[in-house]
Design a protein around this ligand. Structure first.
Ligand SMILES: [Zn+2]
Length: 478
């Protein structure tokens, strides 16, 4: 085990963190960790539930003197984003992580660490296994597959719970309490096989890359360029274009950083370059953060193409789809209310089918419904079929929250400063769980983490210790 130089009571959550790091638990692979949680509950004589989605709930009765307090739900997700360095030989579907400590930080060699959200699992196991922590009756909820669409939280059985107060431990900044978030939905648009033709004259590829990208929720307000939109603008600026393919992006919740198209046009390469240069310099001016946008034009020998009409329709569809911040919140300064992102494009004249994926977010239910309607019209108008999946509800800010008031007062008392209380433009499980439990009062907190979802993910040991102490004090105070 890694030596963190901590006294044993502070070491307890870390020993569970190290334990679960040995169990593969990437998204879609939560069975083994659910097995582990069930055997943990049995070993400690605790009542538990488990469902076919690998959600697990473990109940622990109140300690002496806390029997009359309301039940508190603690919650975190068991899955992690399983990313690894291209050079790594680790098989994250069946091997454990190789943890290391570097000063105050814990990381994993060549992979994500799963501090998001393993630290929540570790905190809950430490509290559940303890005999000397005072607390009210606890319901510790371990949800599955949060990272691929809040799946566990959306499917968990609401009748499992008697508590109405929930502490979600899935935030990445100590001293920041999240108390509301946007809802959202993923949009899949597809195009069946179309008539196509092989051409060998005037065939080019154009590739846009070097963009900053970022998270399509929390970074959508930074005004960053989307590579799919740049490609669509380039193609629509050229004359008599036919498309062979447009490919870019891997995740619907990331702003697309690179995209490549193969096309023909009646223009010669000098004219194409001129048009691209002027367009890209205009786009660069509009997105100063992205720095100089890199565009490469190459001549190819041949390819298979859509008809002119289908090509026009595809480009127009990409240009028509909503992108970026669509509306700012009227209640909270600086917070986007509604936004959209085109995350993945796979269009090819040769393939049996083509598709693109985007994600819509809004803290307003009616606005999200309106945006879905807009996408439906755009899809239908351009010959695409459309499907919506993984819709999750907004977590609406509560005017009255005993939990929030209690957490703020406690934070002030413990640290002598004000916490940041905010709502965010990204999905959290609290929204889905609020739909399951009537009148739920919740808050999301967590220790300092950086680089989540990447191989640079790091968890701060000292912050994890403080947040653990804060949670112990909070459940005692509620
Ligand atoms: Zn998370």
């Amino acid at each position: 085990m890694l030596d963190l130089n901590l006294p044993s009571e502070k070491m307890l959550p870390f020993s569970y963190f190290f334990e679960i790091s040995k169990i593969p638990h990437g998204s879609g692979n939560c069975g083994k960790i659910a097995d582990y949680l069930v055997s943990f509950a049995k070993k400690h004589g605790l009542n538990y539930e488990r469902d076919e989605h690998n959600n697990v709930l473990i109940r622990k009765p109140a300690t002496a003197g806390y029997e009359n307090r309301p039940t508190v739900i603690l919650q975190g997700h068991t899955d992690m984003v399983a990313e690894k360095a291209p050079s790594s030989d680790i098989d994250m579907s069946c091997e454990g992580l190789r943890l290391f400590a570097d000063g105050d930080l814990i990381g994993a060699v060549d992979t994500t660490l799963g501090g998001d959200d393993g630290i929540a699992v570790a905190y809950m196991l430490a509290i559940l296994s303890s005999s000397d922590i005072p607390h009210p009756a606890l319901e510790a909820l371990f949800t599955s597959d949060e990272e691929i669409g809040l799946i566990g939280a959306s499917l968990v059985d609401g009748s499992w719970f008697s508590g109405k107060t929930l502490i979600n431990i899935d935030s990445e900044e100590e001293g920041v309490f999240t108390v509301g978030c946007a809802g959202g939905v993923r949009v899949d648009m597809s195009l069946g096989k179309k008539a196509c033709e092989r051409l060998s004259e005037g065939v080019y590829s154009v590739k846009v890359d070097g963009l900053i990208g970022g998270h399509s929720g929390v970074e959508i307000d930074k005004g960053r360029a989307n590579a799919a939109r740049i490609i669509a603008e380039i193609l629509s600026s050229l004359d008599n274009v036919r498309i062979s393919s447009i490919k870019g992006g891997n995740m619907d919740n990331a702003i697309m950083r690179e995209c490549e198209a193969v096309f023909t046009t009646s223009l010669d390469d000098g004219a194409i370059s001129k048009k691209i240069l002027s367009l890209v310099s205009k786009i660069s001016d509009e997105h100063p953060d992205d720095g100089p946008i890199r565009v490469r034009l190459n001549e190819l020998s041949e390819s298979v193409f859509f008809t002119y009409d289908d090509s026009r329709s595809i480009v127009s569809c990409l240009n028509s789809l909503p992108f970026g911040v669509l509306k700012m919140s009227e209640d909270i300064a600086g917070l986007p209310e509604s936004s959209a992102n085109i995350g993945v494009v796979r269009i090819s004249a040769e393939a049996d089918s083509s598709y693109l994926t985007s994600s819509l977010r809004s803290s307003s239910k009616s606005e999200l419904a309106r945006m879905k309607g807009d996408c439906m019209k755009i899809a239908e108008g351009h010959g695409f079929t459309i499907d919506f999946r993984g819709e999750y509800p907004a977590w609406e800010y509560r005017k009255d929250s005993r939990l929030r008031d209690c957490a703020v007062a406690l934070y002030r008392k413990m640290y002598g400063k004000e916490p940041v209380v905010m709502t965010i433009h990204a999905g959290l499980e609290c929204g889905a769980l609020s739909q399951k439990i009537d009148g739920l009062d919740c808050i999301s907190i967590g220790p300092d983490m950086t680089g989540i979802h990447t191989t640079e993910e790091r968890l701060s040991v000292s912050s994890s210790v403080r947040v653990y102490e804060f949670i112990l004090a909070l459940i005692k105070a509620l």
